[in-house]
Design a protein around this ligand. Structure first.
Ligand code: FAD
Length: 400
């Protein structure tokens, strides 16, 4: 019997994990990536919960651990930089998890360990999808025609192929009214190896996190957010400069450094909720299907896990639609667990007023006090489940 064939759109965590697992279970895989070349960039992500088991099954746990960001803990700081609260970071799933890695380093690790016969098409994207009784036909903007048994759409939160397959009323895009600006900035002698987090009034957060390259990853996150997706770099930086003019702590340093940062980018947080993740021979995976945003956390863990669960369910069944339904049934509880944000979380995370900030400080101290510490530690747990991962019965047995 000839191998089953898959087209995967998107070469990041969800797409590469799926490519890894499908190819190891006997599929012929073509990955289409819109970017002209492999995308290395991105900020800190972590691997938690069941995704740690998936990494172990890939034999990549040590490889990921070796590229750790070097972050040792997470602290909240006041306007002078003094630590007010230390968040629990002991164990595998603390505020700073055992496995902290830059998104690009995680993607690169997956890429480096893919079997050689996974085929890549860069600088192209899907323009047309036709699902038939025995497969799916894909035409790309570059004029490539591909026939496959399966199309996996792993294009991230702003997926375009999603709307070629699913109706508008099947995709709920929820704007969380939070803007985040990220950038790599020079390290200074005052920096250390902790994630330092400062809250300022009017819903402004400032974050500094170490990376393994001797630089610092800075994030400015604020709510209410700005409409910045269409803004150019200069316009966006001007908006953020105005917003953070009196935010204190390290804001002036970060704003100055962002002017020359090589990779500064901005995002508006949007959750994606779909009524179904599969239709015919097409399945959605990762942020394209269920973006949880950093407010929920665990996006990388869910994307990594999705590749394994999808391949396992497909290996266990000749009926594609049944396997895709089983994939969805397995993943959905993990996703919903992080998408259903606790009521009041945004107000807590982004205090607007001085009294609000003061209340936040009291609650922070209470939550990190000895009696509440175990409960607080649970808040950073994502992708946790008592269910066993589906087993891959018929392992295709290809080596990397
Ligand atoms: C600041 C920040 C902090 C985060 N922190 C965490 C964290 O602590 N823990 C965690 O687990 N997760 C975190 N995440 C989320 C995590 O990075 C994502 O959830 C995860 O990378 C999802 O992977 P993905 O493959 O689904 O999508 P993406 O990483 O968005 O990749 C999509 C890929 O598809 C490509 N693409 C897009 N459109 C097309 C197209 N039309 N055709 C072909 N290719 C296309 C893109 O170029 C990209 O390569 C964080 C995210 C951010 C921004």
């Amino acid at each position: 019997m000839s191998n089953r064939t898959a087209v995967i759109s998107g070469a990041s965590i969800a797409g590469l994990s799926t490519a890894w697992w499908l190819s190891r279970t006997g599929w012929e895989v073509t990955v289409i990536e819109r970017a002209a070349q492999f995308r290395d960039g991105g900020q800190n992500v972590d691997i938690r919960g069941v995704a740690r088991d998936v990494l172990r099954r890939m034999d990549l746990f040590e490889a990921v651990a070796a590229r750790n960001t070097t972050e040792t803990g997470t602290v909240l700081v006041d306007a002078q930089g003094a630590v007010t609260v230390e968040l629990p970071s002991d164990g595998a799933g603390g505020a700073t998890a055992e496995l902290e890695i830059l998104r690009g380093d995680l993607a690169r690790t997956l890429l480096d360990h893919l079997p050689d016969d996974v085929h890549f098409v860069y600088g192209d994207s899907i323009a047309e999808v036709v699902d038939t009784s025995d497969g799916v036909a894909v035409r790309t903007a570059g004029g490539l025609d591909l026939q496959a048994d399966l199309l996996v759409v792993a294009e991230g939160v702003r997926s375009r192929t999603r709307s070629l397959v699913f109706r508008e009323d099947e995709v709920d895009v929820r704007d969380l009214d939070v803007t985040m600006v990220f950038g790599t900035i020079p390290r200074t002698p005052g920096d250390d190896d902790r994630w330092r987090w400062h809250n300022a009034v009017r819903g402004r957060q400032i974050h500094l996190r170490p990376d393994p390259y001797g630089t610092i990853r800075a994030i400015l996150a604020y709510s209410p957010g700005d409409d910045v997706l269409e803004a150019g770099r200069e316009q966006m930086l001007a908006l953020v400069r105005a917003r953070y003019a009196d935010a204190g702590w390290e804001a002036p340093r970060i704003l100055d450094a962002f002017e020359t940062s090589p990779d500064v980018y901005v995002d508006q947080l949007q959750q994606i909720r779909m009524t179904t993740w599969h239709r015919g021979h097409v399945v959605m995976a990762g942020d394209a299907a269920w973006c949880v945003t950093p407010m929920g956390g665990g996006g990388a863990s869910l994307a990594l896990t999705a590749g394994y669960v999808l391949a396992a369910e497909l290996a266990g069944s000749d009926e594609t639609e049944m396997a895709l339904a089983a994939f969805e049934a397995w993943m959905r509880p993990l996703v919903e667990d992080v998408q259903d944000l606790p009521r009041g979380l945004k107000a807590f995370a982004y205090p607007q007023t001085r009294p609000g900030l003061a209340v936040r400080g009291v609650v922070d101290r209470l939550m990190t006090s000895r009696p509440f510490r175990p409960l607080t530690a649970k808040l950073t747990q994502v992708a946790e489940t008592d269910r066993a991962l589906p087993e891959i019965r018929a392992f295709g047995g290809r080596s990397g």
